[in-house]
Ligand binder design. Sequence first.
Ligand code: NAP
Ligand code: MG
Length: 500
Amino acid sequence: MSHLDNDLSLLGDAARGYLGRTHGLHIGGEDVATRHSYALIDPASGQEFARASEAGEDEVDRSVAAARNALEGEWKALRPHERERRLLKLADLLEAHEREISEVETLCSGRLLANTAGVDVQYSAHALRYMAGWATKLEGQTMRLSVPYVPEGDLRGFTFREPVGVVGAIVPWNVALGIAVWKIAPALSAGCTIVLKPAPQTPLSVLRFARLALEAGIPEGVINIVTGSGSAVGEMLVNHRDIAMISFTGSTSVGRAIAVQAAGQFKKYSLELGGKSPVILMEDADIDASAHAAAWAIFGNHGQNCCAGSRLYVHRSIHDAVIERVAQIANEIELSAPLRPGAAMGPVISRAHRERVSDYIEAGVAQGAKLVAGGRNPEHDGAYMRPTVLAGAESEMTPVQDEIFGPVLMAAAFDTEDEVLSLANDSRFGLGASVFTNDAERIHRMVERLEAGSVWINIHNALDVALPFGGWKESGVGNDLGEASVLAHTRLKASVHYHR
Ligand code: NAP
Ligand code: MG
């Protein structure tokens, strides 16, 4: 067995129980089988290990009806502190199932066990606890009113934040449970119920999560999971008349189509889309530390992060030293099966995705960039891909403009602050950006001038549940995380009370 072969005997008993089965949908608290199923493929081997269900229109209708019943019934009847308590319990249960859930997520996605445990389980538990607290803190306003055409009497005004209704959530495969929890937790804390469609590749962790929610006392129908393809199940959700809000994370092209459909039906929507985030190393950046940060900004999660630092701009005075160091880090990364303890980098999501990513590397070279690390991939049935660095990147190159969503870094040198700001902002995306410097005045200037929803100083991709996370430009509309994401799941009601 080579170190690239996923050794399924490493799985714990709980995760082993998922193998060779067809996994149903989760509707109204029940496990629902469907007529059609599809294969779940281990990216590390290219082999089918289980099957998932393809929901049809009937099942989508049933799941929305279950969510509506829960919204109007048991969930609505609970006081806010009861919602809080159950979300806290769910966080504990999630942590107690860390091994099982991180292993099944790793099987589906090829992501490292350390990553699925750290992000999909531990960070999700943290996010649930943070969001739980908001359930008891949603407030309106109180005021005396003037209504000029009502001459006499006492007028008082109130605003209430009411749950927006049934939320339809659609999420990608790159951090499957983590992003699902970013949708589910604020929705529930605001009093909404939800129907969520995971990406077809990664349905198992969120199906398990939905069953844990029942154990935590979250009523049947509050969380429903319908699996299947975006063009079928996703579109049915977007167009369902009983869904009040669409919460989407995924590519810009799909997000654009969803925005058009949702707007036509006056649905609320929140879109967390693609990115092409710049990492900027100013002349005073520590070469070793910032090169390390830049390398992992792109190679972390095998480059499959929405805010991956996929463009690197280095001040000319330190450029060659930094590129040499980043290339060295890339060359030293050992690819290995993601279930192996201590693995540094596993496969990308599929062989087809690896082909798409490789085409971008070829295009970069054809358009004049210089390959300084990676490029060649191992002979294996898994979707393994060498971390790759291209230097001499120019703004017009396709791999500088497009989101690649793989471990490919496009690097370039610059001379002045103005120049690097215009390079960094020369993108249709605006998700994240980072600057490495200790010059305080420069930090203030650059934070203000960078066109991105998140700007990090001396770190990249640091997301906190208390801060709103969202994209500017073609990176999205609205925010996940923070108070903003809870309020987005509410609608305002104004009320006037009159006494003569
Ligand atoms: P994707 O192709 O846009 O798919 C995302 C989800 O949408 C999947 O569940 C997909 O199902 C579904 N979908 C596809 N077409 C649909 C339609 N017409 N109507 C409704 N749903 C539809 O994205 P991906 O390739 O899975 O994920 C990678 C992308 O997500 C990247 O662009 C990345 O930057 C972005 N992302 C953004 C953030 C953020 O917070 N900004 C975070 C993570 C990822 P199918 O797969 O069956 O098509
Ligand atoms: Mg897709």
